[in-house]
Write a protein that binds this ligand. Structure first.
Ligand SMILES: [Zn+2]
Ligand SMILES: [Zn+2]
Ligand SMILES: [Zn+2]
Length: 431
């Protein structure tokens, strides 16, 4: 069994073990209550997602339009001189590589892999405190399809080109292709409190966590720091699981995505239960298949920020099918969510509230355990209610959001502080 750690205060709640049928895993050492912090860690390496490079501080991840720019690579941004100074030891080598390929910026996985290489070169024992070392991480190279391999080969040549100016030798025992594959299988999307993915990070011990479509743990981030919390009561020696995929999708979608990305067929209890899709796929099948098949088009409109077209397309679908497909149908729910987003972006708050309210009953049904997505949806609707002047209703919804978030986010999370402030505002306004 692996090393005990100096950060054991929190880690002592869990240990590495062999999970029957799954291989390596993590399990609880004692009973854990919902909302309890199980593990907390900074990443071994991190990179800001390409999409957010221009608008995000590399150090504290705060957002802004006029950030300071690294004068050498012209790519990295910072909110203050302090943040820039703090980043320099990690950025130094990367900065040369960025200059070398300028004006191109390699993809996220390439930049993250390079950062891992730099970390290991300057400190070969960087992951020695972890329960799972990078050399133990699985690459799944053998199970990969020809097409995926081809993509990996291209990323690998990009990585070599990127590193060329600095690193002539990789850390011992690591070839770039398998390191890239390991990073892609094991890194985590780092999201902000509102679940926007702002970067990628590697937290080696957390790669031991297996998947379940009804997980007993969730991960949230405060800046780059990962926090693993229980969302249900966990018994001693019970396995700790997170969900690798969106749990608000029917079984076949979840299984396809898990097979495609993580190379296993999910056999969890939820996937084995024939009835579990009933509420998610409610209504007339011939109708919801039309909605389902329209979703890629809605995604394209959203991606292109064509909000008026998105709004019209959503309204047309809802108008045509809501008599035959209930709001709780997951595909209908995605349309309602997209419509709410487009209304908010177009400043049509009353209409946004109307559709947001319709989503809440469905969210309650599909999230039996506290879940960050549920919390964020409640928060969005509560803000709309507050804006519309319905202070009493807003207070109730903020309270519901708070109840979920104190479990999923933890009471010290900045977003929970914001909810508390909103609640206080509501209370003051009612007096
Ligand atoms: Zn900053
Ligand atoms: Zn730079
Ligand atoms: Zn499953």
């Amino acid at each position: 069994m692996a090393v005990s750690s100096v950060r054991c205060k929190v880690e002592s709640k869990m240990e590495r073990f062999i999970s029957p049928g799954k291989g390596n895993g993590l399990r609880a050492l004692s009973e854990i209550k919902p909302g309890q912090l199980i593990y907390s860690s900074e990443p071994i390496a991190f990179c800001v997602a390409e999409k957010f490079l221009k608008s995000t501080c590399q150090t504290c991840l705060c957002r802004g339009e006029s950030l300071l720019r690294c004068s050498q690579c012209k790519s990295s941004r910072y909110c203050s001189v302090q943040c820039q100074k703090e980043a320099w030891p990690e950025h130094k080598r990367e900065c040369k590589c960025l200059q070398h390929v300028y004006p191109r910026v390699p993809t996220d996985s390439v930049r993250l892999t390079a950062r891992i290489i730099f970390t290991l070169l300057s400190d070969p024992a960087a992951d020695s405190q972890e329960l799972y070392s990078i050399t133990e991480h699985q690459s799944h190279l053998e199970e990969m399809s020809e097409e995926k391999r081809e993509g990996l080969v291209q990323l690998c040549s990009m990585l070599k080109l990127y590193l060329d100016s600095d690193v002539s030798q990789l850390p011992s025992g690591l070839d770039p292709m398998s390191l890239l594959a390991r990073v892609m299988c094991n890194c985590f999307s780092v999201s902000d409190g509102e679940l926007q993915d702002v970067g990628l990070g590697l937290y080696p011990s957390m790669s031991l966590l297996n998947h379940d479509c009804r997980p007993n743990c969730v991960m949230m981030f405060v800046r780059k720091k990962l926090k693993l919390r229980a969302v249900r009561r966990i018994q001693p020696f019970e396995e700790l699981c997170i969900s690798y995929t969106d749990i608000l999708s029917p079984c076949v979608e979840r299984r396809t995505q898990l097979m495609d990305q993580f190379h296993f067929l999910c056999q969890c209890q939820r996937c084995s239960d024939d009835q579990s899709d009933c509420t998610m796929l409610g209504g007339e099948e011939s109708r919801w298949t039309i909605i389902r098949d329209s979703l890629p088009h809605l995604e394209t409109l959203r991606h292109g920020e064509k909000w008026v077209e998105l709004q019209q397309a959503c309204q047309a679908l809802i108008g045509a099918h809501s008599a035959a497909v209930p709001d709780s149908n997951v595909f209908m729910l995605r349309v309602l969510d997209s419509l709410m987003d487009s209304c908010i972006t177009l400043s049509q708050y009353e209409t946004a509230l109307q559709y947001g309210t319709r989503t809440l009953t469905a969210y309650l049904l599909h999230y039996p355990d506290p879940h960050p997505s549920h919390a964020v949806e409640l928060l969005r609707v509560a803000k709309l209610q507050h804006y519309s002047g319905d202070v009493e209703q807003a207070e109730r919804t903020f309270t519901r959001a708070y109840d979920v978030m104190k479990v999923t986010h933890g009471s010290d999370h900045p977003l929970v502080t914001e909810v508390c402030r909103k609640l206080a505002e509501c209370q003051a306004e009612r007096r």
